[in-house]
Design a protein around this ligand. Structure first.
Ligand code: FES
Length: 104
């Protein structure tokens, strides 16, 4: 069953920045773009490298391993070699808290 987990507070993610967090075995990257906060599984779909070890520029994650790019709002691929979007997670704000919907 899925439940909402407090994963961070808004002051932990700078505007136009990202940060990574863990909840049990789950590694999550949250981007703070002009569109708000967006959470994803922290894993490039090319070869499973953490995206949080790369860069966030102009609203895109850039994987440091081979340069794949992903839209930091939708998770869609914007540049190869990845071809599969990254997994977006449901996120809501509860005051200053960032809540993520995770499966048990
Ligand atoms: S592991 Fe990310 S582009 Fe290859």
């Amino acid at each position: 069953m899925a439940e909402w987990i407090k994963i961070a507070t808004v002051d932990q993610i700078a505007k136009d920045g990202m940060n990574h967090f863990t909840s049990g075995p789950d590694r999550i990257v949250i981007a703070h773009t002009c569109g708000g906060y967006h959470a994803f599984v922290d894993q490039c779909t090319h070869e499973a490298v953490p995206l949080s070890e790369g860069f966030l520029r102009n609203g895109e994650f850039i994987c440091h391993a081979h340069g794949a790019k992903f839209d930091a709002v939708s998770g869609e691929v914007t540049a190869p070699p990845a071809i599969v979007p990254i997994e977006k997670l449901e996120l809501r704000l509860d005051g200053q808290d960032i809540m993520i919907l995770l499966d048990d």
